[in-house]
Design a binder for this molecule. Sequence first.
Ligand code: CDP
Ligand code: MG
Length: 137
Amino acid sequence: MSRTFGMIKPDAVERGLTGKILARIEEAGFKIVGLKKMKLSLEDAQKFYAVHSARPFFGELTEFMSRSAIVAVVLEADNAFTKWRDLMGATNPAQADAGTIRKEFALSIGENSVHGSDSEENAAIEIAFFFNQFELV
Ligand code: CDP
Ligand code: MG
């Protein structure tokens, strides 16, 4: 078993999709070991997405991620990060496979409803950014 980090992004929380997306996660066989609704400041979003700071979409991305609430989750499964990336679908919903969360719910390449860590190493870093050990059960 391994763990990965995920977020339900502001576009999806705003549209009342939190419950539907959490249901999809559980139906896919993940155990939700951490769960937190919160509002990121612009500075939090800039820190979280620092790896993208030189990209042209950085300003838009960090403003979007800090405009309203997100739901942060820690997901446990066999090969958790790969399994969660597969369930999320491609970054651009136009290229996402049928049956993925982004295909079903994402509005655009920017407002694409969910985040997922892109490696086991980054999963550990991103989990520690949001959760302490007592919040993972
Ligand atoms: O989220 P994912 O790992 O699939 O994609 P990323 O390449 O790590 O980019 C992070 C986020 O930046 C995406 O999920 C989008 O919200 C946003 N983005 C964007 O607005 N425009 C792009 N051309 C690429 C990414
Ligand atoms: Mg990424």
